[in-house]
Every structure is written in C-alpha cells, then in structure tokens.
Design a binder for this molecule. Sequence first.
Ligand SMILES: O=P(O)(O)OC[C@H]1O[C@H](OP(=O)(O)O)[C@H](O)[C@@H]1O
Length: 323
Amino acid sequence: MTEHEPAAAVRETADEIATMEIRGAATIASAAAEALAEQARAAAAEGPTASDPEAFRASMRAAGRTLRETRPTAVSLPNALRYVLQRMDGEGVDDLRRNVVDASEAFVRQLDRAQDDLGQVGANRLADGDTVMTHCHSTDALACIEAAVDQGKSISAVVKETRPRQQGHITAEQLRDIGVPVTLIVDSAARRYLDEVDHVVVGADSIAADGGVINKIGTSGLAVNARERGVPIMTAAQTIKLHPETLTGHTVEIEMRDETEVISPDDREAIGEIAVENPAFDVTPPRYMDAIVTEHGQFPPESIVTLMRELFGEGAEEPWAEP
Ligand SMILES: O=P(O)(O)OC[C@H]1O[C@H](OP(=O)(O)O)[C@H](O)[C@@H]1O
C-alpha cells in the first residue's frame, strides 16, 4: 500500500458518511475510529507502509484526511480521529498498528459507556407520565428516553418528521420498538403540539464554547417556540460533541447539502430558475436551551466551556495534517 492511498475500507466508510448511509454524530465517530483501525491493519500487511514506520504514519494521516473531508459540522468526527491518531506511538510498524487498533477499540467502548451514562442523567429529568417531543434522530437523545422507560416510567412521544431526510421516522420506529406510544407530526405542526408535551429532547452534532447547540436544521426554531410555551428543552450530547476549536474563537461550519434532498428533478424542472438551499444544521443560542446532558452530568449551556477546557485544553491539534 502506498502512503497516500487510503485502504478500501476507509474510502468506503468515507463515502457512506458523505452520502449519510452512516449518519448521526456518534455513529459517524465510531465508524471513523473503526476505519482507522482497518487502515492500520491494511497498511501493516503489505507494501512500503508495512516496513517503514514513517510511511505507515503518513498513510494513517492520509486516511484521517479522507475521513475528515466527508462532512464538516459534527465535531465527533475530528474528535474521533484526534483520539486515535494522538495515540499512534511506537518505533516499529507492529507497535504502531497495535496502538492504533487498541485506541480505536478503546474509543468505541468509551462512546458506548458515555451514552449509557448520559442516558441515566437525561432520564432523571423525565417524570412518569411525561410526553416528550423529539427532532431528527439522535442516539444520545434516545438513550435518555430509553433509560427513563427502563426506570419504569411511562413515556409517550411526539416525533417531528424532520425534513428533508425524515430521520424522525427512524426515531418513531425505535421508540415504538421500546414500547413508547408515538405520534408522528410534520415539522410545521410542532408549535401546536408543544402544549401537549412536557419536555423537548434533542441531540447535538457540535456544542460551541459559548453553549450554542449545533443540531439538525429546525432545532433553533423549536427551542424558541418551546421557551415561549414554557416547555423545557434539553440537548443530550456526549462530550465528543464539544467543539474544541470554538475555544479559540472559531465558528462551526454549517454543512450545505444538495438541493436534490429538497426538491425532485421533475419539480426542479417545473420551477426553473429559483434558488434552493439546504442547510443541514442550525445553531440554538444558549439562552434557549435549558440543559446540556452529558456523561459527566447536566450543565447549563453557559457553563459548558469549563468542561470543554478540562477535556480539550485550550485548542485542537490536527494530527491528520501533513507535518
Ligand atoms: O450522535 P447522535 O446523538 O446519534 O446524533 C446527533 C445528531 O446527528 C444528526 O445529524 P445527521 O442526521 O447525521 O445529519 C442529528 O442532527 C442528531 O441530532
């Protein structure tokens, strides 16, 4: 294998992340960590990367760049790459491979544990008999609802379909499968149904240092409406969603996706020269979010910066960059 050609498994994972066959911030992160382990195994098996530690390291960085370039917004992806590549220690290729594979496995284990722990915290905010409203599909948000059900609480859900990709349907099916009665609504019906819900529970793709929550497009409008209606809203986000670059003033890039997710080719033909835009995410200002629920407990959004500093220091390295 040459040092600049990622293994087939890495290219496949990158394609699946870009096309959203693999989606959801936590799922993207574990897929990226696993792809780096595949790269390490393939690079150690044949070609110049199998005998030259520098070529091996360069191939790992190239794989990291291929994965990094897929989608820009969910920081769990670069945080996963950082976790694994920063642990790429060793003199020889065997050591390097072992350390990468071990780091990848440790990262995925940590992710699962964090989601379980966060679920317990989020569940404590829910009471027996509560109705929750969800937006999009978030495994972290679902972990809270599932933990509440496991605690013996009776929970029902109003699920927003979440245009344009309708990930709300995945949420609806998964809640139904754990015995939660579900009502599916179109996004524009959310305000009407807020009068019937006790909590809004959403996930996050990134959390900024000022406590801003970057999540699926439509979250910020939902949060403003929830505040106006007096319904508490929490975001369930494990700490790999904390965006270290925002500590130094950077903003989070919002992914703009293809217009074909919004309008069919026939409808496009019919409407002609009209601009169509498809931002995948928006930012909910901290003042509209009641709590950020993590595996380290719940935080008011404005205080999340303390946890971010503790976990990530003052900034973010890019171990996938060419030296
Ligand atoms: O990590 P978990 O909680 O599973 O998902 C977090 C977020 O990822 C999703 O983005 P997309 O569907 O990949 O664009 C949604 O915005 C969801 O809230």
